[in-house]
Unconditional design. Structure first.
Length: 299
């Protein structure tokens, strides 16, 4: 029965939609793949072995320890990752729990640092998520048909905060407030988000109204502002062929406009419209936008 459950689990993993990423642990490449069905990242087993065992023959080492540990074998699935030759091959991958089990199996001086890296304790959370935000410029993590939908916002939040927040990519169930303003009630949030998904978003005015409503919904426990600004950028880029140069928007002006937006969207509408530019493929504007977006969140 245990083996059958493991086979079914692997089948479910392989049927789901996946996205690729590359992470770095003290300069060493770790290939990762996002599993949408289970809303979590899986990491190359051999890349992790090369870090823990510090061996050039990580594949052979991995096969040996996997064969000796039935639980580790059950936690292992396979997905296609890019190899050094630029081609995709089926590769053994593990989620965070599997890697922690592997770390207990392999004596290593890097064990503690690796566990801290997985939990986000090695660097400040904002720095880690900001580096991931930079990666979005070259990423295809969001399908065109999903842009402007809650689904794409969930993907962005998961990409930024996976492994950093336990609730990354998960819609909150609690009701939260900030600065005296209460966001959408957690009990009714799914229906609120469905209504937002159905809002039109073909014109700039419609997009801003949708952005304001998504901000009022505030679907996650933390990380809403950073995720939703990227979500807004993608929507404006696809619909209008424009993007926001966030470096033109002062922090105090943006925060004041957002505080006013639940009652009147005129301030945020005019502020964002005056900052629209046409060079949507500029890496510099994108990177500056991420820097300013994170700056807005600083206390």
């Amino acid at each position: 029965m245990y083996s059958i459950c493991g086979q079914l689990k692997r089948l479910c993993y392989n049927l789901s939609m996946n996205k690729l990423s590359v992470r770095y642990f003290i300069g060493k490449k770790v290939r990762a793949i996002w599993n949408e069905k289970y809303s979590k990242w899986f990491f190359s087993a051999t890349d992790i072995v090369s870090i823990l065992a510090e061996t050039d023959n990580s594949r052979r080492y991995w096969n040996v320890i996997k064969s000796r540990n039935e639980m580790l074998k059950e936690l292992t699935t396979q997905d296609k990752l890019y190899a050094e030759d630029g081609k995709k091959y089926l590769t053994d991958v593990l989620d965070e729990n599997g890697i922690k089990l592997m770390a207990l199996t392999i004596p290593s001086k890097n064990r503690e640092n690796l566990i801290n890296w997985l939990s986000g304790a090695m660097d400040p959370l904002d720095e880690q998520s900001k580096r991931r935000a930079y990666e979005l410029f070259d990423s295809d993590i969001i399908d065109d048909n999903d842009i402007g939908k809650t689904k794409s916002l969930i993907q962005i939040h998961s990409f930024l905060f996976g492994g950093l927040y336990e609730f990354a990519g998960k819609i909150r169930t609690r009701t939260i407030s900030k600065g005296g303003f209460t966001f959408a009630n957690g009990d009714f949030l799914p229906s609120v988000l469905e209504s937002i998904d159905n809002m039109p978003d073909r014109t700039f005015d419609e997009i801003i109204e949708k952005y304001v409503e998504m901000n009022i919904a505030h679907p996650f426990m933390e990380g809403n502002g950073r995720s939703t600004r990227i979500w807004l950028d993608l929507l404006i880029k696809q619909r209008l062929g424009k993007c926001i140069d966030w470096s033109k928007i002062e922090k105090v002006d943006y925060l004041n406009a957002m505080r006013e937006s639940p009652y009147s969207s005129h301030l945020i509408h005019d502020l964002l419209k005056s900052s629209l530019v046409s060079n949507i493929d500029s890496r510099e504007i994108f990177m500056k936008g991420i820097d300013y977006s994170y700056y807005y969140e600083e206390e």
